[in-house]
Structures are given as C-alpha cells and as structure tokens.
Design a protein around this ligand. Structure first.
Ligand SMILES: NC(=O)c1ccc[n+]([C@@H]2O[C@H](COP(=O)([O-])OP(=O)(O)OC[C@H]3O[C@@H](n4cnc5c(N)ncnc54)[C@H](OP(=O)(O)O)[C@@H]3O)[C@@H](O)[C@H]2O)c1
Length: 245
C-alpha cells in the first residue's frame, strides 16, 4: 500500500469533501485528490487557509473547488443541513468523505483530566464526524460508489498513558468506522480508517515539541493510502484499519 501508484485520472469526476482541509494532512489530501481529477469540497474553520488551498488547486489546473467554512466545535444541526443542501445544489452527490479535522487537546493523566476539555475534543473528533456523516448520507448514497475515510492514530488502536481525550476520541473514531462499515455492508458506501503515523504537521509539533520535524514523513509522503482508499481500486475494502506508513 505504501508503494501504491495511482493513475493520474484515479479520481476523475469524483466529488470529495475533506474536513480540516486548510492545513497539514487535510490540505495535502485536498491537493492530491484534486491533482488526480477530483472536485474537492474544502471544509475548515479558518477561511483564509481554505482560500489558499483553493488558489493552489486552481493554479495547478485542478477543478474549481468549493469552500465551506464551518467550526466543527460549534456547528449546529441546521448548519449541517445547510452544508448538505449546498453540496446537493452544486454537485448532487458525494463520492468521498475524508474525516480529517481533529483537535489534540491537552495531554496528561486521565485522573487529572479536565472534563470540559474532554467534551470539546469529543465534540470535534467524534460527534462532528457523526453529524456530518448523517447529514451527507443521502449524497453518498446518490454516488455510484462512495468512500468514507476516518482518521485514526496509533493511540486509537492501543491506549497509551497521557494521551487522554485524544486517545479516547480516536478509539471512538475506530468504533464509528467499524459500526458504520457493518451497517453499510451491502450498500454502495465503504468505510475505512487510516492511521497517518508521525507526520510533519503543526499538530505533531504540538504533541512532540522537542522532536526534529525533518525526521518525519511529510503529508505528501503518506498520500498513497489516502488515494487508494478514495479511488475505485479499494471498492472491495470495508471496515478495515489502514496504516499510512
Ligand atoms: N500529524 C501526525 O503525526 C498525526 C498522527 C496521527 C494522526 N493524525 C491525525 O491526522 C489528522 C490531521 O492532523 P494534522 O497533523 O494534519 O493536524 P493539523 O495540522 O493540526 O490540521 C488539523 C486541521 O483540522 C482543522 N480543525 C481543527 N479543529 C477544527 C474545528 N473545530 N473545525 C474545523 N476544522 C478544524 C484545523 O483547522 P485550522 O487550520 O483552522 O486550525 C486544521 O486544518 C487528525 O485527525 C490527526 O488526529 C496526525
């Protein structure tokens, strides 16, 4: 999988929504999906960053993206419905959904965890994913085949001391992926997760401030599995946990 070499037109005619598309891995996924033919819907909370990604895609000759500025921490049911309406109006369907946006929250012992900040992390990393998935389900069902990708972490597969709210949220993410995959087994929608592994982004730098970022893979290095799961080569994969490295 790490060596997967997609065709240039792998994602031609596909409409793909990416959360947290303004920075880090989500930004790179948006650029890579667009470079392989997709029309991308860029969702994030910082409009300026989304505009920069939009401009880069257009400058590279990609299809004109759509931008949805939405803070997943405060998003309401009405805003999710509005988002679904917008995508319905513009495109009529969704072929892919990459749940990528996440908060790291504070690291530390569960014994001393601030419960309000646990709720904030769970809101962005878990509840928002469920709400967004629910809102766009009719659009995913309208596609010939659709792929939902959840973003996990190594601490979402084996618990590790001090990773608190973030680890709890990533276990919940894996649980949501497996449950949804089972529910949608006989549908046109497949659901899988990716653990990116240590990657050179600002979230990684916050978690490991003493680490030399140059020792890490870049978001571009880990794209093969992101492309594989979004394209039709993965039509038979459902309910699986992938590693990007
Ligand atoms: N980097 C790693 O080593 C690593 C390892 C394992 C798993 N992961 C996972 O990979 C995914 C991407 O991480 P990353 O390293 O690329 O992180 P990042 O550089 O911090 O990017 C996260 C993105 O999510 C967006 N976001 C955060 N909170 C949001 C909210 N409330 N509403 C809307 N958007 C929000 C951020 O928006 P702003 O730009 O506006 O802040 C940013 O664009 C995450 O799910 C992370 O848990 C990363």
């Amino acid at each position: 999988m790490f060596e997967y070499q997609p065709s240039q037109a792998l994602l031609a005619n596909k409409i793909i929504l990416i959360t947290g598309a303004g920075d880090g891995i989500g930004k790179q996924a948006a650029l890579s999906y667009a470079a392989h033919g997709a029309t991308v819907v860029l969702l994030g909370r910082t409009e300026q960053k989304l505009i920069q990604v939009y401009d880069e895609i257009v400058a590279n000759g990609g299809a004109t993206p759509a931008i949805i500025t939405l803070d997943l921490q405060t998003a309401t049911t009405a805003q999710y419905a509005e988002l679904a309406q917008l995508v319905t109006h513009e495109f009529g369907r969704l072929d892919g959904l990459l749940h990528n946006a996440s908060l790291l929250g504070s690291l530390g012992l569960i014994e001393q965890m601030d419960i309000d900040s646990l709720e904030t992390v769970l809101k962005v990393n878990v509840t928002a994913q469920a709400a967004l998935t629910q809102a766009v389900m009719p659009l995913l069902r309208a596609a010939p085949s659709a792929s939902i990708i959840f973003t996990s972490s190594s601490v979402g597969r084996k618990g590790r001391a001090f990773w608190g709210a973030y680890a709890i949220s990533k276990f919940a993410t894996e649980g949501m992926m497996q449950t949804l995959a089972d529910e949608l087994e006989d549908s046109n929608i497949r659901t899988n997760s990716i653990n990116p592994g240590g990657t050179r982004t600002s979230m990684r730098a916050s978690a490991y401030p003493a680490e030399d970022p140059m020792t890490l893979k870049t978001p571009a290095d880990i794209m093969p599995v992101y492309l594989y799961l979004m394209g039709d080569d993965s039509l038979n994969d459902n309910g699986k946990a992938f590693n990007a490295q």
